[in-house]
Design a protein around this ligand. Sequence first.
Ligand code: B3K
Ligand code: ZN
Length: 866
Amino acid sequence: MLDVQTSAAAPPPVIRREDYRPPDWLVPDVELDFILDPTKTLVRSRLSVTRNGGHNHPLKLDGDGLTPIAVRIDGEAQADAWRMDGSALLIDLPGDEHVIETEVEIAPEKNSQLMGLYASGGMLCSQCEPEGFRRITFFPDRPDVLSRYLVRMEADKARFPVLLSNGDHVDGGDLSDGRHWAQWRDPFFKPTYLFALVAANLVANRDSFATRSGKEVELAIWVTPDDLPRTEHAMAALKASMAWDEKVYGREYDLGEFNIVAVADFNFGAMENKSLNIFNSRYVLADPDTATDMDYDGVAGVVAHEYFHNWSGNRVTCRDWFQLSLKEGFTVFRDQSFSADQGSAAVKRIEDVRGLRASQFPEDAGPLAHPIRPESYMEISNFYTATVYSKGAEVVRMLQTILGPENFRKGSDLYFDRHDGQAVTCEDFVVAMEDASGVDLTQFRLWYSQAGTPKVKASLVHEPAGGQARLTLEQDVPSTPGQPAKKPMPIPLRVALYGEVTGQIFGGERLVMLEDAHQEILFEGIGERPVLSINRGFSAPVTVLADRSPADLAFLSAQDDDPFARYEAMQQLMVDTLVGAVARGEADHGPVIEAVQETLLNPALDAAFIAEAVLLPSESFIGDQMPVVDPMAIHLAREALRRDLGLELEDEWRASYAKTHANRYEYNPAAKGLRRLKTVSLGYLAASEAEDAPVIAFRQFRDADNMTDRQGALGTLANSLWAERDEALKMFYDRYRDNGLVIDKWFTTQALSSRDDTPEAVEALARHPDFTLANPNRIRSLVSAFSVNQKGFNHASGRGYRFLADMVLAVDKLNPQTAAKLVPPLGRWRRFDEARAALMRAELERIVATPGLSKDVFEQASKSLN
Ligand code: B3K
Ligand code: ZN
């Protein structure tokens, strides 16, 4: 049953952080019994409940779409002691300890929301975070009620030979009529959102891991038989994550089993259920023929992320959902650090910052802006955002920068030891960091409460006579919804000054703490004109506006010893050039071309870094730097620069392409870097309109021995008007028609195409027989991909906006959580010209006025109008 908001006159209630109250009743032990069947599953529960504190409130058991078949209190029916209050079950209880039993029936096959217990690809699986458990059984479904679970399940053995839940398998056996049962016990107290159950016909890639204290953990990754060969990378990543968490955070795994199950229909990436992680199959399966290098990185990153949650999330969990960043921000920071340690740390940092700028910065600048610890929500599922996750990770990273790695580790040790087995708050995390380090973090707490991306203006004045340089820093935190006035934030900026002539760095790097609205820092011993390198390593999630000439930026892009700062200087040079081009209608491409050439020819740089550095900023990012986004002008200016880069550096692109072309597939960081540079070079050759570009692209596509090269070439072909384009798309489709994850790529590649006909092509693809609203990956592969195509989505006719709104409304009927995630691009209307803004608003208004809208979509669409 959908959680519907029936009338626009009665919006869903707003839940506020300040209203938090501890639970009235605790449930230390729970026994669940599932008689599983896709059409009708019987769920019996037995809860031992204890009164929490002195009060006379009834026991409130949340439910969503559940009808009690039976309720027993201490073994008796007692019909007058319980009642329904909306969808919740209220029970008056006289004593302080009782046993409550309930029985409900659910229909997994009809569950299109993919929350609670649902059917996917012939299996039954669960998703409970944040509030899905209440769709399975009546329970206080909140993260601060922690219970020990004993779970029995029973199912048809031929159809569901594998029965999994959390903890350890303790018992099981065969029953009559071809049925069987299994029992699982999880000794750890956990909240409902970490409960999981799987009944399936799958096979496992099995392995084991010896923990540092010598415990043997059995590992299994469960997939369909065809997919078994695609699980090696995920298994290697799991073992690497287990070892890394021991080494870097001193965290050891705590049970005898760890299971991962791959599911085709999943609302997001994966879920960290205690010892039974359930994954979107796209973050488990990888082999060279079907997954790109980026997919491989995604698999490793998500496997690590979910595994790390065992401590940052499961052993120490969140008191309430406002604290979500406590586990998500910290765990993203942990997975980012892990991935940085596995390959190129510089490239990983560049990718993470690019991701932050693509998704979190716009969120922070728009109508849905919220602090990493939000103050209120209508639907918590809407707050699994880039802000909570990625900005949350940046906040933890700043703590590490400010405290230093040793104090940070002491702080995390203290946090885990102090709060093991508890449901706690962001404040508890900060207090642990303070207590361990002795550093006062009072002002730092603003990062948890203030939304908006701070802007830092930096200007450097050299006083040659005194050999001094004066750095003036000013910060401004923009107003955001509900937060008109902001206090200055503490902003850690890693700063260095380079001598313009000698290239020497004066006195090494400094960590400057910008704490006031305006601050001046004096550097001594500066004998020549200095060039400012600031926010090195992206030490703070801010926008820096530094007054640096193209020559200074070119200097840094060639000389800075911080790879991120070097990349950043090049990006800034490109952005300045392109923003200038849009404003003036013409631009001097010379400095960018020279800087790119210098980078390409620098033998000290590795291919992966070069490929990142020479890529032009995305059209959206360029738009974000402008007062009013003009999508066509941006597209044309960027294409003109790409063309000039292609033409002027044609020899260099051919050389870097040739360097990698003959290589056979290998999976290692160096080979990945070469593949990346190869496709980037191909893109520039295509932009140069070189006559042989179509042939080179098609050859790369056809002869590739791996998906990275094949998809890279297909992307170039898909943007083109070449005859080879349609043939390549058809070949790709025919080759992979049975592999859903690769067909997703086929949809995405077309949705991202820069061709003029993309809007109508996307509309046609939505009518393709392989397009379905039942699978969230497929929806995202077409609809979300199209909505980040700045040129296509913002077509002046408004057809892109109409398409998106149609999709939101269609998906909402089935799966509100996934529908709500599609809405934010329409909320960017303030960034566009009046005509586009009006068209976007009209679509938002149409959504909001639709009867029977879910509260998920209502919240996103109504707030987006503000
Ligand atoms: N904790 C889950 C996310 C659940 C999202 C629910 N809407 C996966 C993760 O962040 O690890
Ligand atoms: Zn997470």
